[in-house]
Design a protein around this ligand. Structure first.
Ligand code: TRP
Length: 453
């Protein structure tokens, strides 16, 4: 067996993990969830969910990954050989490939929108026509499949280059740039005339909107946004060096992810209010309304608005890429470690499979709209299956594995690097308590709420 690759530094680990976490979930999903669930109140719920429930799962996955130094299937075989846990391993190999397939469709939309922004389409078209763009585009066949293909090939190219030369190199350069770009957009957005109301919406909590639904939505969003429950973080952790600090990596990733989501909120919401659009417009918010806003605001300063449109869709595209590579790596690790495939063959196999499923997802907005799985289109079915069920199920099982199946001294050893990290030693009892009791009970509550609602 060849030498296993490692991330080069703590900075590299956090950038790769933050790259996985920061994605469409932050820029596309978070703003409309905030819009639907009461603005600032949702942000508070989301923070609590991230740090109390979801961070322990992050620790669970990193502990498993780094201890076993295997991908998700191999990890289960190594830490609990010959048990039913291997099914958790298999499930978590499969789920990210499914997520990748529909994620790539949305990633493709960002390729298309970037192209349109570069061609100045948003600046030079009458506003009425802009609003029709999104619906018309996603329900067509050739265009969306073409950009889905481009996105998938970009992902495959980076993963093919390897953990250090591909993933590490790409995320180390792009993640800091992404932060700068989102700050630039947020500044532009909050200084638009009429943006005040949008800012108020993000900072003044309205607790009357906080119900069981909002709580479940906040937890689901935190899971998705931190890439948890399906072995992505586990796989990245298997490339961590033994002297890396699991606690700091987790907190660094969670803070980056939260900060980015909030900045994205400030990039999107004030602009939405400035243009007089309802914040709860739903999933179309970013793709449907932002070009319209750039167009409308562009009347006074067309070049500025064209530049911001380009920067905005470039940010979405790059953020989506750094997440998609983490999904592909899970399957690649499995095929190379367990099935002995070459990296190139593994990348090809996963790309071909996810591309095909993605084509079906893409067509489900148009020609295949009538094909329903349990009442949902193919795209929605796969998204719900993963976000509402597979992620929480995987997360629950990972915490149970670390909290109840692994021996406490082993968990201690991994979390504290054999007792050498004094800060982590002091934190251990608290983390252990979160892992064993708080997180599993919390996730179980999300499940029941999803079932009942
Ligand atoms: N967290 C990413 C986002 O916010 C998406 C993502 C990457 C993901 N890997 C994942 C989601 C694994 C669920 C599971 O866009």
């Amino acid at each position: 067996m060849s030498e296993r690759e490692h991330f080069g530094s703590r900075f590299a680990v956090i950038m790769a993990m933050a790259g996985s976490a920061v994605g469409l979930g932050n820029i596309w999903r978070f703003p409309y969830m905030v819009g639907e669930h009461g603005g600032a109140a949702f942000i508070i719920l989301y923070m609590v969910a991230s740090f109390v429930l979801v961070l322990p799962i992050f620790f669970a996955e990193t502990i498993i990954g780094r201890r076993s130094r295997q991908g998700t299937f191999g990890a289960m075989e190594k830490l609990a050989p010959g048990t039913g846990w291997k099914w958790l391993g298999l499930l978590t190999v499969f789920a990210p490939i499914i997520i990748l397939s529909y994620y790539s469709v949305v990633g493709g939309w960002s390729v298309e929108y970037l192209y349109k922004a570069v061609c100045l389409d948003f600046t030079n078209t009458p506003p009425e026509r802009i609003q029709g763009f999104f619906g018309a585009f996603i329900s067509s066949s050739g265009g969306p499949i073409a950009v889905h293909t481009i996105f998938m090939l970009l992902v495959a190219g980076i993963v093919l280059a390897g953990v250090k030369r591909g993933i590490e190199r790409f995320t180390k350069v792009t993640m800091p740039v992404l932060f700068v770009l989102i700050v630039v957009i947020a500044i532009y957005s909050v200084t638009l005339p009429g943006a005040k109301e949008g800012v108020a919406y993000l900072v003044k909590p309205d607790f009357s909107k906080v119900d069981a639904h909002a709580v479940a939505a906040a937890m689901g969003q935190a899971f998705f946004s931190l890439s948890l429950g399906v072995g992505t973080i586990l796989t990245y952790a298997s490339y961590m060096r033994k002297d890396e600090n699991i606690f700091l990596s987790g907190v660094g990733t969670a803070v980056s992810d939260l900060l980015f989501a909030i900045l994205a909120g400030f990039a999107v919401m004030p602009a939405v209010f400035a243009a007089g659009i309802a914040p709860g417009a739903g999933p179309g918010l970013v793709f449907d309304t932002l070009p319209f806003i750039f167009n409308k605001m562009g009347a006074g300063a067309p070049w500025l608005s064209a530049a911001i449109a380009i920067v905005f869709f470039l940010t979405i595209l790059v953020a989506a890429l750094t997440s998609a590579i983490s999904m592909m790596e899970v399957g690649v690790a499995y095929l190379t470690e367990e099935k002995g495939l070459k990296r190139a063959t593994a990348v090809l196999a996963i790309t071909a499979f996810a591309w095909t499923v993605g084509v079906l997802c893409s067509l489900s907005f148009g020609p295949l709209a009538e094909v329903k799985l349990l009442g949902n289109s193919i795209f929605d079915f796969l998204d719900k299956l993963c976000s509402d069920w597979l992620l929480p199920a995987g997360g629950l099982l990972f915490t149970l594995f670390v909290g109840w199946k692994m021996a406490r001294p082993d968990v201690f050893d991994e979390f504290t690097n054999g007792g050498t990290l004094k800060g982590n030693v002091r934190l251990f009892n608290f983390v252990w308590f979160l892992l064993r009791y708080v997180a599993p009970v919390g996730i179980a509550v999300v499940f029941v709420t999803n079932l009942v609602l």
